[in-house]
Design a binder for this molecule. Structure first.
Ligand code: SF4
Length: 86
């Protein structure tokens, strides 16, 4: 969901690769569609946080295994589809 042509990387560079265990890295970015509802930060505070600008940002460099379920739930429930897996 969302228009990728207008996607901007906001808070960190996207990187791909594998971690030291050989698992594919997984992380999220929040794009400019965010309306600052706070749902993601409530659902998965280990990965999403609200900024001073009133929008969400993904704070985890890499989503830990134990947080993947709640992070995915946050992405699925974002009302404007602003969370993207990278
Ligand atoms: S759930 Fe979506 S709209 Fe709400 S704060 Fe998170 S990224 Fe922004």
């Amino acid at each position: 969901m969302g228009d990728r042509r207008h996607q901007r990387k906001r808070d960190f560079e996207v990187s791909r690769g594998k971690n030291e265990k050989g698992d594919p890295k997984m992380k999220y970015v929040v794009n400019e569609s965010c309306i600052g509802c706070g749902l993601c930060a409530t659902t998965c505070p280990e990965v999403f946080s609200m900024t001073d600008a009133g929008v969400a940002a993904a704070i985890a460099e890499e989503v830990a295994e134990e947080n993947r379920g709640s992070a995915a739930e946050a992405r699925e429930n974002c009302p404007v589809g602003a969370i993207e897996e990278v």
